[in-house]
Design a protein. Structure first.
Length: 606
């Protein structure tokens, strides 16, 4: 459509200029121009008779607002870090950003939000992380408002080795659409190697928002919060090569378990951490599995392949250090099915066979896949092109940096088992147990976890529940409280198999009990009694005292196995509230939910 002098208020020269310019503009540029003209003094015009108001146009919604709300739901801190990154990016481009965790955001204010960026991980089997539960439930309830003026986009983090990959993000995306929201940019579903996909999503969102709202009359910049300490150059994408100082087995002779205590030097890295944070370690695959895979495929160990950053490495080195070969995922099987003439793999992926697919994927690795479905002979370069980058393994930090400057300690249980006729190894844990000596180096990074932190008030009582290696962060908590002279009471529930061989850090707990840093400790050694006794049983035995601590404002921390322990502990807390507080089941659930929102009930479960 062209402008003409007869049907516009412009003269011929102006019409000619506009007719040359308008066809060359993108939709985003036209939206920007609309906002720019609307913001110029004296250019506001009444709407033509019968015209829709500006708020009815999706494009005008963005142009009318230079404010963006960024909400994150994060269990381990990845979404929190990405939320801060996108907020900083937008602020530098002139957008006013409100950044909040979903737990801290008042959902009744959602009606006032015009531009929403939502970053969320999926926890467990398709569940929202702890600090997203209340917001998730509100949005999926009848109380959720219509959001016809909302523009939004979702960044979802997940792991394709789980059946419900990025399910929480998908749920949020679908629900916001149902409530009337319009997408600023398509949802991005990110696997464990999320940096590239997350960066692409941020760029799309930033381009849409800033082009639409960059009128000179509306470009106030909100400065990002500066960190008090200089940031380290080392990160998840640029790990620090840290020297191992100690590598000890904490279990006694005769134990069925092997638990390694590693002390690692951070000297020269400027990496900072707090109790509750985790250490990421990039592991190497077991050399035996790599060699068996190369032999099964008929490859040559020294042939060169191109890895994902463009570098060339020998095939053996790439399989050792670059690629995940111990976990099967549905996307991996879909790619492999294109490379084999064996129709059984394609049939396994057919709709209706999800249960069989789950059964096959569980407990099998890449060697099983290539042997079971006749993949021998596929060229190495073609095969490795669809393998995932080997992800870092996260371990709760077991030390206070105040007690051990320039060091970080971790507690790692070695995983070894037999299934489907072969011995299997935990990738990182077996490496640390078998192939890492003091003086060796490991590529590491710090994973900050703001959702698992000591209370700000050092006088606040804390209750710590951590069986097995779940006790690691509580060694850091008590070390920190000892160094800072905190006066709040402390109570630790710890459990394992046998008192004589599996009492991790026993001497340290006893010293802290003697010195008063640890006020109380209750233990449960499940194999030392006729009936198995776990930490939740000890909690129920001490229900009256535990309830009294809760009434005094104690914070509760749970670390360890999510699948069973964390659920059993949660149920025990609810039982204690019902028994000692006289609450109904619904009231007890509400009490615990309120504790989570107040950050008085925090979990680091896996």
């Amino acid at each position: 459509m062209e402008l003409h002098v007869t049907n516009s208020p412009f003269n011929q020269d102006q019409v000619d200029l506009l007719n040359r310019l308008l066809p060359m503009l993108t939709e985003a540029q036209r939206m920007w121009l609309s906002g720019y003209l609307a913001a110029l003094p004296g250019t506001a015009m009444p709407a033509a008779s019968g015209a829709a108001p500006a708020s009815a146009s999706a494009g005008n919604v963005i142009a009318a607002s230079n404010e963006v709300t960024v909400l994150f739901g994060s269990q381990t801190g990845n979404c929190h870090g990405l939320a801060k990154k996108v907020a900083k990016k937008l602020e530098q481009q002139g957008v006013h950003v409100t950044l909040s965790s979903m737990a801290d955001f008042k959902p009744n204010g959602l009606k006032k939000v015009q531009n929403l960026l939502l970053l969320v991980s999926t926890h467990g089997e398709g569940e929202p992380p702890d600090n997203a539960i209340a917001f998730y439930e509100f949005l999926h309830s009848k109380r959720a408002p219509q959001l016809d003026d909302l523009r939004y986009s979702v960044l979802a983090l997940g792991d394709t080795s789980y059946e419900f990959f990025c399910q929480t993000g998908k749920d949020f995306d679908q629900r916001l659409e149902q409530l009337g929201g319009k997408r600023l940019a398509p949802r991005a579903d990110c696997d464990v190697d999320f940096e590239e996909a997350a960066s692409e999503w941020m760029n799309k969102v930033a381009e849409t928002l800033t082009e639409a709202s960059a009128s000179p009359a509306n470009t106030s910049i909100v400065s990002a919060t500066t960190e008090s300490a200089a940031e380290s150059e080392y990160s998840r994408s640029n790990p620090f090569q840290a020297e191992v100082l100690e590598n000890l087995n904490l279990n006694g002779r005769g134990s069925a378990r092997e638990t390694r205590h590693l002390e690692i030097s951070l000297e020269g890295s400027n990496l900072q951490y707090e109790p509750g944070d985790s250490l990421g370690i990039y592991p190497e695959n077991h050399p035996r599995l790599v060699d068996e895979l190369i032999e099964a495929m008929g490859w040559t160990a020294e042939q060169l392949v191109t890895v994902k950053n463009g570098d060339q490495r020998t095939l053996r080195e790439a399989l050792l250090r670059n690629y995940e070969i111990t976990v099967l995922t549905k996307p991996l099987l879909e790619q492999a099915s294109k490379l084999t003439t064996d129709s059984r793999l394609k049939e396994l992926l057919n709709p209706g066979r999800e249960k069989e697919l789950r059964a096959y994927i569980g407990g099998r690795d890449l060697l099983d896949l290539v042997q079971d479905y006749s993949l021998k002979g596929v060229p190495a370069d073609e095969f490795v092109s669809f393998l995932r980058k080997i992800p870092g393994r996260l371990y709760s930090i077991a030390s206070s940096s105040k007690a051990f400057p320039d060091e970080v300690h971790v507690t790692v249980r070695t995983v070894r088992y037999e299934t489907h006729g072969r011995n299997r190894y935990g990738v990182c844990s077996s490496q640390l147990a078998e192939r890492v000596q003091p003086g060796d180096t490991l590529p590491v990074y710090i994973q900050h976890n703001p959702n698992f932190k000591l209370p700000d008030n050092p006088d606040t009582p804390i209750i710590m529940i951590g069986p097995g290696t779940g006790v690691a962060p509580f060694r850091a908590f008590l070390g920190e409280r000892e160094e800072t002279g905190a006066q709040g009471k402390t109570w630790l529930f710890y459990g394992d198999q046998h008192f004589s061989t599996d009492f991790l850090y026993q001497v340290e707990w006893q010293r802290w009990l003697k010195d008063g840093v640890l006020t109380r400790m209750d233990v449960a050694f499940s194999r030392d009694t006729d009936h198995k006794v776990y930490v939740q049983h000890r909690m129920l035995e001490k229900s009256r005292d535990l309830y009294q601590w809760l009434q005094e404002g104690a914070c509760v921390y749970v670390c360890g196995d999510e699948n069973k322990m964390a659920h059993d502990v949660h149920a025990a807390l609810a039982d204690i509230l019902e028994k000692e507080g006289g609450l109904s089941a619904d009231e007890a659930a509400e009490y615990l939910s309120r504790m989570q929102q107040q950050k008085r009930y925090q979990r680091d479960v896996y």
